[in-house]
Design a protein around this ligand. Structure first.
Ligand SMILES: C[S@@+](CC[C@H](N)C(=O)[O-])C[C@H]1O[C@@H](n2cnc3c(N)ncnc32)[C@H](O)[C@@H]1O
Length: 260
């Protein structure tokens, strides 16, 4: 099956997002509910001496939290976008694609991934790589967008993660995907939240800052897409989000263990 987008374009897209990555929170006024479940689970999992890999690590939010919770871990970060890594404080930084990582087999006790898997053209290839680099019984902790994320604006159709415009997935589909890659689900959380904006324009700016608009355009480098198409999209969103003040959110956090 032909892929809808390429990893190379995902990398170039995030190279452009990097400079303003930490400004994205300026566009919303408040969030009510839980959005950081992955970080909340970390204290129950981290132990001194662990070798941890954070994939799609970006500016290092997860890395900083791992070190704060358990400083005696050795943390590696992998990323496809060079620019996204500029603030990342991991001891070991690697510029590599999750789908073909430069690490030896059975190397890590824990792999973490926050908001990354929905950016993969074929998530199962990434999951197989994670399985390969994990030690026997190693853990994989991930967070991704659930099927109810922004369903008030973009209705979710029961389809595969790579076909949904925002890369959303149900908890059943997510667990099945992991099991097929020999990662056995052991804990799952579904968190719902509301995100508030002053107006539709701020919402649009937020969506652009997180790479969601680019994802809708299948990472065909949004700034290169002709003005007419961009205008059509913003009109469509603006009409659905007239007087927009609030969007619904839905994140799934899943902990799995390598089984064979
Ligand atoms: C939404 S950001 C999340 C960043 C970080 N995990 C966080 O929580 O702040 C997604 C990140 O995944 C990276 N990414 C996407 N596809 C990747 C791939 N195939 N290999 C490595 N990194 C990838 C992007 O470059 C981007 O930095």
């Amino acid at each position: 099956m032909k892929e809808l987008f390429t990893t190379k374009n995902v990398g170039s897209t995030f190279d452009q997002k990097a400079q303003n990555w930490n400004n994205k929170k300026l566009f919303h006024t408040s969030i009510v509910g839980v959005t950081n479940r992955l970080i909340k689970i970390l204290p129950d999992i981290l132990k001194p001496g662990m070798q941890v890999l954070d994939i799609g690590s970006g500016s290092g939010k997860i890395v900083r939290n791992i070190k704060k919770i358990c400083s005696k871990t050795e943390v590696f970060a992998s990323e496809i976008s060079f620019n996204m890594l500029s603030d990342n404080s991991a001891e070991n930084l690697f510029l590599c694609d999750i789908q073909n990582m430069c690490f030896k087999d059975n190397m890590f006790d824990l792999v973490t991934s926050q908001q990354v898997i929905h950016h993969l053209p074929k998530p199962s290839i990434g999951l197989k790589e994670i399985h390969r680099v994990l030690k026997p019984n190693g853990l994989f902790l991930m967070l991704t967008v659930g099927n109810q994320y922004q369903s008030n604006i973009f209705p979710y159709k029961q389809c595969h993660i790579t076909k949904d415009p925002l890369g959303r997935i149900t908890s059943q589909q997510l667990q099945k995907l992991h099991l097929e890659c020999n990662l056995k689900p052991i804990m799952l959380f579904e968190d719902f939240f509301d995100m508030h904006f002053n107006n539709s324009n701020d919402y649009f700016m937020f969506m652009s800052a997180i790479g969601a608009i680019d994802k809708i355009f299948k990472y065909k480098l949004y700034h290169l897409i002709d003005q007419e198409k961009r205008q059509k999209l913003s009109d469509k969103i603006a009409c659905k989000t007239n007087n927009l003040r609030c969007i619904n959110g839905h994140y799934i956090t899943l902990l799995t263990q390598k089984i064979t």
